[in-house]
Every structure is written in C-alpha cells, then in structure tokens.
Ligand binder design. Structure first.
Ligand code: UGA
Length: 442
C-alpha cells in the first residue's frame, strides 16, 4: 500500500462501522465518529453496537494496534484528516423518499471543522444528485477546498466482513479525476475490481442494483406461487433457470419476500425518485406490491388449511429479516405476527439472536421462548420465518414430539419434501407441492 491515509468515518451503523474497521484493517488510520456517547464508549471496549460475524474481533484488533479509534467530537475527528466518509442513515420518510436530515447535518459539521483540503466520500445510499447538493452545502459554509466522491456500499448484513474483502466491485463516482484516483488508491489493498464513473452514475448504480435484486426475488416468488398451483417445484425451476449464465443461480431463493433496511427502503425511494421526474416506474411498483403480498403468504396458507385461525397457537421460528443478523427491520415476521393476532391466533416466538430487537417491534401479545423446543411445545403449528442454521437443523421428530396438530408452514423452504413425506406431518412450503397426511394415507 502507498502511504496510509488519515481518515474520519461519520456514523457507526452497519455501513460506517464496517467501513471504518475495514479501512483500518488494510492499514489506514481511522477515527469513527458517532454522536452517541455510550456507543462510543462500548466500541472502545471492543463491543460493537451491531451483531455482525467477525466484526468485534477486527474492531478490537485494530483499536488495540492503534489504527482505529472512536469519538463523539467532530473537531477532534476532522483535525488534519485527508478523507471523510459520510455513512449516516437515510431513513425512509412517510412518502417513501429518503430523509436527508442526517446527511445535511454532517455536511455542516464538516464545513465547520475542516482546516485543510479533504475528500468527502459518500457511503450512504443517497438519491441521484445528492452529492452535488452535498458539495453545495459544504461550499456555502466554508472556504476550505474539498472534493466530493460517491462510493456506494454493497455489503450484505451478516456477511459484511466477508463481503468487504470478497465483494464484486468498488464503485467510485466523481466529476474530477484526481480525488477518484486517491479513493481508488485507498481501496487498492482490498484487491477488488474498481470501476470509476461520474457522480450521478455511482448514485444510480446503488439504487439500480438493489432494485434489480429485489426484482429478482419478487420474480422468483411469483414463479413459485404459480409453480405450486401447477405442480412444479420451484427449487428445480430455479436451479434449471440458474444454469443460464445470463440469469445466474444466485438470488433465486423463493420465500416469504425480502425485508431488511435496504431493499424495502431503496425500492420505494427509487419509485419516488422516478416520480420526481414524472416517470412512472411501474415495474418496480409491482415488485413492491408482490413483496407485500408475499410476506403474508404463510398466514394465507394457514387460513386456507385451517379455515379459521381463531384460538390456534403458532410457534414462530426465526424472527430476523434473514439469518446471521439481529436486524428486525421490515422482517416478514412483523406483518405475519400482526395478521395472525388479528385472525385470533396466539404466538410463541423464538430467534437465536434477534429476540431482544423483536420485542421492540412485534405486537405486545407475542410471547417468547428460550429454545426451539419450548416454542414448539403445546403449539398447534409452526411457522418458519428465517432460515437460521439452527432452525434448518431441527429434526422432524422434534416437530412431531411437541406440536399438537403437527402442521408446519415453512416460509424459507428449509426442509426437503422427502423428509417431510417420511415425517407424517402436514408440511406446506413455498412454490412446492404441499405434503399432506391425508394424501399419503389415501
Ligand atoms: C442488500 C444487498 O444484497 C447488498 O448488496 C446491499 O449493500 C445492501 O442491501 C444495502 O443496500 O446496504 P441485505 O439487506 O443485507 O443486503 O440483505 P440480502 O442478503 O440482500 O437479503 C435481503 C432480503 O432478501 C432478505 O430478507 C432475504 O431473505 C431476501 N432474499 C434474498 C430472498 O428472499 N431470496 C433470495 O434469493 C435472496
């Protein structure tokens, strides 16, 4: 690596903290800034505020070796730095547009605290044109020279550290060559493909990528819904499609829809961005609509199976929006729990990691179990919401032993139909034929 750079990263959410830790791991001197004092104190002790496999270890290592530090003080953080990464949130506003209040506040802070030329790098997902506004806002508040570069993030929660060193590309958007080259040089040790674009293209690449992946999921979910009615098996269909390199085999897992802090927010934001220039993004609107319906599919299936869900006790296994994270944002378990309770069912829930966060967002009536067995014991039926390894490994004998009714609604296709047939339980999954005892007995 060339000379290590002195870098500040503002915001220690998923994107900011992983960025800061990763940049220090490749040798740069990084100061992470967050307004939250208790968060900063616990990060200094090596406790990360988020659950992300591998993050705590790398954080502690680089902190101990003196390349990584944390502060609440912007003046201290920006003192003499060459590069400032903006990694604060852009939450969704009521109308679906991205809220820029945190970004704007950081810009004013940057302007008020820099004393030498810096490159401001935007990691946060921001609507097309935002980096130009960032430039304007900083410029109106300082005379110190600076450049703005867009460097969108493509990490997945739960595998963020792995993705940092094994991602597919690094996008660097800039309207001038020199700062883009500096940021490329900083990122070189990651050993990933670097692709340089103009500012607006970089911003659009992020939204377009997330929207495309969300489209892939809604598409395969629709094919799954049709397949199950026609007697096809979505796993075979997806595998068969995936052989075609133009389609690719990744991201074709049918299930109860996408959740998380990114796809739901970014798809809605892109619809709004398009609407802002009078373009009706019909395709993406349909993707969102399909996903909203898909998240409720297990409840629909259970209603069709039982007739009424009144008085039924449902063991909900897995609550996070996907495995290996404690993130509950836009998880299918939220709308499913609300709908089940509306239908008169009761819920006992279990998740290996996300239970504490779940308690904040699931309806109050939901009860919680400490183990899978405790959740299943005395429940009528099990709803599988997240494909955690622990949940995929539950043997059918365990379901059989504890469930009163012996029916399973699997929203993530965790088990093979073969196993289900042998189990003599009623097994419903996504895009595959139901396995029903009465059919086997006939
Ligand atoms: C997503 C993108 O994958 C990252 O590239 C991007 O950087 C990130 O958003 C972001 O914008 O910050 P993430 O939200 O962590 O990452 O999660 P994914 O692994 O992409 O999964 C999203 C949702 O899609 C999950 O609910 C998952 O269960 C669902 N999914 C994914 C499916 O239903 N089927 C699939 O085949 C794949």
């Amino acid at each position: 690596m060339n000379e290590p750079k002195k870098i500040a990263v503002v915001g220690t959410g998923y994107v900011g903290l992983v960025t800061g830790v990763a940049l220090s791991e490749i040798g740069h001197n990084v100061m992470c800034v967050d307004l939250d004092e208790s968060k900063v104190e616990s990060m200094k002790k090596g406790i990360s505020p988020i659950y992300e496999p591998g993050l705590d270890e790398l954080m502690l290592k680089n902190y101990t070796e003196g390349r990584l530090n944390f502060t609440t003080n912007h003046e201290e953080a920006f003192n003499g730095v060459e590069v400032i990464y903006i990694a604060v949130g852009t939450p969704e506003k009521k109308d679906g547009t991205a809220d820029m209040k945190y970004i704007n506040a950081v810009c004013v802070d940057i302007a008020n605290n820099i004393s030498n030329r810096v490159i401001v790098v935007t990691k946060s997902t921001v609507p097309v044109g935002t980096n130009e506004q960032i430039e304007e806002l900083i410029k109106t508040n300082t005379n110190v020279p600076f450049n703005v570069v867009s460097n969108p993030e493509f990490l997945r929660e739960g595998s963020a550290i792995y993705d940092t060193f094994n991602g597919d590309r690094i996008i660097i958007g800039s309207d001038s060559e020199e700062p883009a080259n500096v940021i490329a040089e900083i990122n070189k040790p990651f050993g990933l493909e670097i692709y340089k674009t103009n500012l607006r293209s970089a911003e659009m690449i992020k939204y377009a990528s997330n929207a495309f992946l969300a489209t892939k999921i809604s598409f395969i979910n629709e094919i799954a819904n049709i397949s199950s009615l026609l007697g096809a098996n979505i796993e075979e269909v997806a595998a068969g499609m995936g052989f075609d390199k133009r389609i690719g085999s990744n991201f074709l897992n049918a299930g109860i829809g996408y959740g998380g802090s990114c796809f739901p927010k970014d798809t809605k934001a892109l619809v709004q961005i398009a609407g802002g220039i009078d373009h009706n993004f019909n395709l993406l609107k349909a993707v969102i609509e399909v996903n909203n319906k898909q998240q409720l599919l297990l409840v629909e299936k259970a209603k069709a199976y039982y007739g009424s869900l009144k008085g039924k006790k449902v063991a909900m296994l897995g609550l996070a929006f996907k495995p290996n994270t404690d993130d509950m944002r836009e998880a299918a378990s939220i709308v499913t729990a609300e709908e089940l309770i509306l239908a008169g069912a009761s819920i006992i829930a279990y998740d290996p990691i996300a239970m504490e966060n779940a308690k904040e967002v699931l309806p109050e009536a939901v009860e919680y179990a400490n183990t899978v067995e405790e959740a299943l014991n005395g429940a009528d039926t099990a709803f599988i919401m997240t494909e955690w390894e622990e949940i995929k490994n539950i043997s059918f004998n365990v379901f059989k032993k504890h469930l009163i009714d012996g029916s399973i609604f699997d929203g993530r296709n965790c088990y093979s139909l073969e196993e289900a047939r042998l189990s003599q339980l009623d097994y419903h999954s996504i895009g595959r034929p139901d396995v029903l005892r009465r059919k086997i007995l006939v």
